[in-house]
Design a protein around this ligand. Structure first.
Ligand SMILES: Nc1ncnc2c1ncn2[C@@H]1O[C@H](COP(=O)(O)OP(=O)(O)OP(=O)(O)O)[C@@H](O)[C@H]1O
Ligand SMILES: [Mg+2]
Length: 263
């Protein structure tokens, strides 16, 4: 599965490739791609009013349950791509389907709802609120989405999953960097998101902390979640089932551990 295989008419080809099943069989059929982005362009205006092109006709498919890592030089567009795929930012051009839904055509409220229910973000900084306890931080996204699940979130169970049992009443300032990062992961897990977008979750962590965070991601993929993880660390990238390298807003290469370079 290569990013280069995506074409503007990929959806048409995909639809025509679907078996002509009938009735309930059609209803139960699910396309395996969770993410299908085609010819995405994104630019920003700098302070002088000049346009800086960041994503340049970038196409990417990610199947449900894949563990994909993303690397590339600083400024090549990794975080921008995550923001677009996570419906935090709107591309200037291109098509984007999340789980078969044409989300770019949706009103912002509907996109926000999808984001709150199905996409877990782990940001480059941890983005924990310092005046809330670990428990408060984990439940926060539910408050934004006014989800009734907020009260039923089993914080202790989530904390056990990220090896932080018994720390619900602590404040972020009382935790190490690795522990704060694991709270951010637990917060993403609390949403029961299908897609986890993680922007350098192991950056600035020592080897052991990074390893335990990677173990958590490994378990998530084992549970059927889809993970897209930005990393500069080749050892981290090797844990993924597919590695994508971005350069100047384009996919420069893709590797799968079994096959070697494919682009
Ligand atoms: N809101 C913005 N306004 C203007 N320019 C922006 C904005 N966000 C990002 N950029 C520019 O877009 C380019 C890509 O930024 P992005 O944050 O996606 O890079 P990155 O690959 O994540 O880099 P890093 O590895 O340093 O995190 C950079 O040149 C950056 O300055
Ligand atoms: Mg970044």
């Amino acid at each position: 599965m290569s990013g280069c295989e995506c074409k503007p008419n990929a959806k048409r080809e995909r639809d025509s490739a679907k078996p002509k099943a009938k009735g309930a069989a059609i209803k139960n059929m699910r396309w395996t791609m969770l993410i299908e982005a085609i010819n995405i362009r994104k630019s920003y205006r700098d302070r002088r009013g000049e346009t800086v092109s960041v994503l340049k006709d970038l196409s990417l498919q990610i199947a449900r349950g894949e563990f994909v890592s993303l690397s590339g030089p600083s400024g090549c567009g990794k975080s921008t791509l995550l923001n677009v795929l996570g419906c935090l930012d709107h591309p200037d051009a291109g098509a984007y389907q999340f789980d078969g839904n044409d989300v770019l055509g949706w009103p912002e409220r509907q996109r926000a709802d999808l984001r709150n229910r199905r996409i877990g973000f782990i940001f480059q900084g941890f983005h924990l609120l310092p005046f809330l306890t670990v428990e408060g931080n984990i439940k926060l996204p539910h408050l934004y989405s006014r989800s009734p699940r907020s009260d039923s979130t089993n914080v202790e169970e989530l904390l056990r999953e990220v090896d932080l049992a018994g720390m619900a009443r602590r404040y972020p300032g009382e935790l190490s960097g690795g522990q704060q990062q694991r709270v951010a992961i637990a917060r993403a897990l609390a949403l029961k998101a299908d897609l986890i977008l993680a922007d350098e979750p192991t950056g600035n962590l020592d080897g052991d902390s990074a390893q335990s965070i990677l173990d958590v991601f490994g378990r998530l993929v084992g549970q059927g979640k889809t993970v897209l993880l930005v990393t500069h660390d080749p050892a981290v990238a090797r844990r993924a089932s597919r590695h994508i390298r971005l350069e100047e807003g384009r996919i420069a290469s893709e590797t799968t551990p079994a096959k070697g370079a494919t682009v």
